[in-house]
Ligand binder design. Sequence first.
Ligand SMILES: Nc1ncnc2c1ncn2[C@@H]1O[C@H](COP(=O)(O)OP(=O)(O)OP(=O)(O)O)[C@@H](O)[C@H]1O
Ligand SMILES: [Mg+2]
Length: 271
Amino acid sequence: MNTDDDLKGGVTSGLGHIMPAGVDVSHGPILYLEGITVSFDGFRALNDLNFTVEAGELRCIIGPNGAGKTTMMDVITGKTRPDAGTAFFGQTIDLTRFTEAEIAHRGIGRKFQKPTVFENHTVVENLELAMKADKRVRASLRAKLRADDLARIGETLALIRLESEAGRLAGTLSHGQKQWLEIGMLLMQEPKLLLLDEPAAGMTDEETARTAELFKQLAGSHTLVVVEHDMDFIASIARTVTVLHEGSVLAEGPMDVVKNDERVIEVYLGR
Ligand SMILES: Nc1ncnc2c1ncn2[C@@H]1O[C@H](COP(=O)(O)OP(=O)(O)OP(=O)(O)O)[C@@H](O)[C@H]1O
Ligand SMILES: [Mg+2]
């Protein structure tokens, strides 16, 4: 079991391997899945899946219900162990060997569909609570925040466009604002890779457009993998689109190529 110190200093893993403190993307992709298979009672939710993402990408994942999109995120975050295959975060972090908490610590943040904010705390308190545990060694929320923590909270509030709502109870925010707050909470943990499962679901058109802007702003300094069924949203942010179908990649490429692919139209877009 890794302690917090191991994870911070990054010296040894629970297996005794030498591990760097950060994710090493100097010679390859930030995310590398090869031959991943996940079976549920003989049904292959993922079937020999190969999937690679380069650092700084904003990758979109589309595909029909049951294609395996969420299951893929479950494998990346350590929630589900694959029956076969290789899954690496950077060069050195074998995702199949770490717990969900360890993977989160190492820099993979995940946003589930339903917003999970602390409803009875203010927007700002939610961001404070989300800061890395090692920065939260304070007696209470009222303890003095360090200047750089305050600066980071301010930057995040601006990014998620909740500056004017900073003192509001999170429970009183709109659905879209709660989603942004949860993304802000993920950002406070300084993830390198963000996985977002149907982030625009239930949003108004205006909120969806703002979310697209946010993701485009985050790309580059972060790597984003976004699953969405809203094709207008996908079209507004897409660079490379990966189409999953029956647990494997059916097609991958620029949006205009993928959307004209006969097989993609057949299994998904033409429905
Ligand atoms: N824990 C589980 N036990 C059994 N079957 C599961 C489990 N999780 C997922 N599945 C099945 O695996 C398949 C892939 O599911 P998954 O949730 O990954 O699809 P998805 O692409 O995210 O679909 P959607 O677009 O509807 O969210 C589905 O047939 C689903 O019923
Ligand atoms: Mg899903």
